[in-house]
Design a protein around this ligand. Structure first.
Ligand SMILES: CC(C)(COP(=O)(O)OP(=O)(O)OC[C@H]1O[C@@H](n2cnc3c(N)ncnc32)[C@H](O)[C@@H]1OP(=O)(O)O)[C@@H](O)C(=O)NCCC(=O)NCCS
Length: 193
């Protein structure tokens, strides 16, 4: 995996060296309201990170994750992940979070845009998915901004703090990503001759 730069936010691949920094972010208050973040000790988390795939290449499965760093001085502001299940190797699921004091600055949308490009360019994925609880308006806005479409409600589709909850499934297909990219390229002003 490589470092990605998305405007003012840097996406640093998570590995054994920075796993503890991510662990600290994961344990910040207010991140567990809309998502399930397992509570594990730092040492166990580092062990899990060491077992993850190292490169996002075609047909790779597992969890790929980046620590988000931004600000002056630069510090960890959140994380973003891409999970590819070996049972559905052409579908990736994205997840992201920002520490409360780093929200409202466009970091999550910029980071998700970079991960979308990286996931479709580096792998063989046909589709990206994201699931949100319906009341998570901030996350919905991130998905809207980055080209995801609301697909359907999955009843009891996620477990959050030990309870099954309904979630909305959002998808972005490779075809619509390509269309958006080609549109963006052809919309660029041409240089006067
Ligand atoms: C979901 C979450 C990451 C969204 O964070 P966010 O800060 O709203 O999203 P972004 O980083 O893309 O920032 C967008 C906001 O920054 C504003 N903004 C300010 N400066 C900006 C800039 N230079 N560029 C772009 N947007 C900017 C945008 O207007 C937008 O605000 P608005 O929604 O009020 O219009 C955050 O709410 C969070 O971490 N929640 C808790 C965990 C969670 O729910 N995770 C998702 C589980 S599915």
């Amino acid at each position: 995996m490589r470092v990605l730069q998305a405007g003012r936010v840097a996406l640093i691949p998570v590995d054994a060296r920075n796993a503890r920094e991510l662990w600290e972010v994961l344990n910040a208050p207010d991140l567990r309201k809309y998502q399930d973040i397992p509570r594990v000790r730092a040492e166990e988390f580092e062990r899990q990170v060491r077992a993850r795939p190292k490169a996002l290449r075609p047909a790779a499965t597992g969890r790929f994750e980046w620590l988000l760093r931004a600000g002056e001085p630069e510090r960890a502001v959140g994380w973003i992940s891409l999970r590819v299940n070996e049972r559905t190797p052409r579908v990736g699921e994205v997840g992201y979070s920002l520490l409360p004091e780093s929200r409202g600055r466009g970091y999550a949308s910029a980071a998700l845009g970079a991960v979308i490009d990286e996931a479709f360019a580096a792998g063989e994925l046909d589709e990206l998915q994201a699931c949100i609880v319906p009341e998570n308006v901030a996350s919905r806005a991130v998905l809207d901004r980055t080209g995801f479409r609301e697909e359907r409600l999955l009843r009891g589709g996620a477990v959050i703090r030990g309870r099954h909850v309904d979630v909305l499934l959002f998808t972005l297909t490779r075809a619509s990503w390509m269309r958006a990219r080609n549109g963006a390229v052809s919309a660029k002003p041409t240089r006067p001759v």
